[in-house]
Design a protein around this ligand. Structure first.
Ligand code: HH2
Length: 263
């Protein structure tokens, strides 16, 4: 098993589904990010807008106010910084402040300037699958075949990114676990990750604390570490390249053991 990189989640929001409000204060967010870097995160994913089911969108000014000081504070923390945003102006300011990766859950569909900004800056961009939008995405999501449909979507978004000048070698892809998917859809995607590998780009997987884990055993969002680790390790064994998690040190330990056993 190849050891994937760990992307630690730094949510600077009042309403994220598992840690909303905990790190809204920039100093608390920076301290948390530094702790994740020390715990073994190669990437810190800083986000100022919750994408949980039902979340309301955040204005550009407010999102900038949340994320920019935190990105500035995390420069030199020993990890690359990604910005979790779908707004081109936020991405541009974040890149100026020290981010090197744009993580766009809308896969360049949310803001028509996002593709050009990423192309011009020559940065890595994460394109994620989502069915619908956060406000409504969990209302009866349906697919013909979830893996085939997500794969076709990611291939199309990769092509769209390249068409506006993004270097294909700079694109990472993400099936968007929990974004317009039932538990069965999520588990099917994780089981058949090999099919998404055929797209030829690194795969980012975020199962951390998500509700499909809780549906299996009734655990609340802040008590899903075991489920997060099990699903992430299985994703790694199926070829995930980047694991986006809240609990970096525990995930690092699990990965160390798994790679030692599998070789
Ligand atoms: N999941 C969340 C947010 N951003 N980005 C990528 N690429 N992949 C994911 O799976 C992903 C993501 C949701 O998690 P979290 O940030 O903890 O919650 P919220 O959106 O409520 O802030």
């Amino acid at each position: 098993m190849m050891t994937p990189s760990l992307m630690g989640v730094v949510n600077v929001t009042p309403d994220s589904f598992s840690d909303g409000g905990l790190f809204l204060d920039p100093e608390a967010a920076v301290a948390h990010g530094r702790e994740l870097a020390q715990g073994g995160a190669e990437i810190l994913d800083v986000g100022g807008e919750s994408t949980r089911p039902g979340a309301e969108p955040v204005g550009e000014e407010e999102e900038l106010r949340r994320v920019i000081p935190v990105i500035e504070g995390l420069r030199g923390a020993g990890a690359q910084i990604s910005v979790d945003t779908s707004k081109a102006a936020v991405a541009a300011a974040a890149l100026d402040a020290g981010a090197g990766i744009v993580n766009d859950v809308t896969a360049l569909r949310g803001d028509r300037e996002m593709g050009p900004v990423c192309a011009e800056r020559g940065v890595t961009v994460v394109l994620m699958h989502m069915l619908g939008e956060p406000r409504t995405m969990q209302k009866d999501p349906r697919y013909d075949d979830v893996v085939t449909d997500v794969k076709a979507f990611l291939a199309e978004r990769l092509e769209a990114a390249v068409a506006v000048g993004v270097d294909e070698a700079r694109v990472w892809l993400d099936p968007g676990i929990g974004f317009g998917k039932t538990g069965t859809h999520n588990m099917e995607l994780l089981r058949r990750l090999g099919e998404l590998r055929e797209l030829g780009r690194p795969l980012v997987i975020g199962t951390s604390r998500k509700s499909f884990l809780g549906k299996l055993d009734g655990s609340p969002a802040d008590q899903r570490l075991g489920g997060t680790i099990a699903s992430s390790i299985l994703a790694a064994a199926e070829g995930a390249d980047v694991l986006r998690v809240h609990d970096v040190a525990e995930m690092r330990q699990a990965l160390t053991v798994a790679t030692a056993i599998l070789g």
